[in-house]
Design a protein around this ligand. Structure first.
Ligand SMILES: Nc1nc2c(ncn2[C@@H]2O[C@H](COP(=O)(O)OP(=O)(O)O)[C@@H](O)[C@H]2O)c(=O)[nH]1
Ligand SMILES: [Mg+2]
Length: 253
């Protein structure tokens, strides 16, 4: 609890048996009320490891994708009464120790969304981010800032905190079930005028913390360009998109 607000950490998990324990043990306990993992039908023992650790785990009966995993994460956190939800990847890529700082920024009421940025502070490459990912991140971010009118240091971090209102009000169920979900959600946050803060989050890249193939990264990159253009056209009322429709499908409790 922080200023009377319930804080829930959600971990969208897929084949995370090697790293979820380390991630979990680094989560500061003082302010965090609940920790929840959603397993997207992993092929390893992620569910058993969660149960052993005492982490609440919800298991998808089949593999539905990273976006679908987050939809379940947010629905379950909201059902449990969360006022602030922090999404943390269970691959030990982002520092869990910053959870209190991220939650505080949301609890202050100054920001609706807080992003843990790997780019702020200039530590991404030192943390081992592959050069091709760094260059594409910088290029896509430049493009997205141009078309969205926002000024973010990156749009691709997997470390994010949200207020309850954001999760209830965005038409999240209109978004993809795949990796592009993250980018669509940020575009919605900008389109709906929510305030976003950023915080430096040094990240770690190792074989167990990054498994997305080069091919899937390319598909993601084109998806980002498509999402940005959709945001641009929707803002100018040239074409309307369901992901930016205020009456689009939302998480219902
Ligand atoms: N639900 C789901 N999650 C996945 C899948 N593949 C990867 N992930 C998760 O997506 C997140 C990002 O993938 P990751 O390989 O770490 O990408 P990177 O760190 O950005 O290079 C991680 O938390 C993975 O566990 C999948 O098929 N389904
Ligand atoms: Mg990762």
């Amino acid at each position: 609890m922080l200023e009377g607000k319930k804080i829930i950490v959600v971990m969208p998990a897929y084949n995370a048996e090697q790293t979820i324990e380390r991630t979990y043990l680094d989560i500061p306990r003082g302010l965090v009320d609940e920790i929840l993992a959603v397993d997207d039908h992993s092929r390893d023992n992620t569910v058993e490891v969660c149960r052993k650790l005492g982490v609440q785990v919800i298991a998808h009966e089949n593999n539905r994708g990273y976006g679908a995993n987050q939809k379940t994460c947010y629905e379950e956190a909201l059902k449990r009464g969360a006022d602030i939800v922090i999404m943390l990847h269970p691959d030990y890529q982002y520092p869990p120790k910053l959870i209190n700082a991220m939650a505080s920024l949301v609890a202050s009421g100054m920001f609706d969304v807080v992003l843990g940025s790997r780019i702020l502070g200039g530590m991404a490459l030192k943390g081992g981010m592959p050069i091709y990912k760094y260059i594409s991140n910088r290029f896509l971010t430049f493009f997205e800032n141009m078309v969205s009118g926002a000024k973010l240091s990156e749009y691709h971090t997997g470390y994010r905190a949200f207020s309850r209102q954001v999760l209830l009000n965005l038409p999240l169920l209109e978004n993809s079930d795949d990796f592009i979900f993250d980018n669509q959600m940020l575009a919605q946050i900008i389109r709906f005028g929510y305030k976003t803060g950023e915080l430096t989050a040094p990240s770690r890249y190792a074989s167990d913390s990054s498994s997305i193939s080069f091919g899937r990264s390319i598909v993601y990159g084109f998806g980002v360009i498509g999402t940005s253009l959709a945001l641009f056209m929707d803002r100018l009322n040239l074409v309307k998109f369901s992901i930016f429709n205020p009456n689009g499908r939302k998480i219902e409790l």
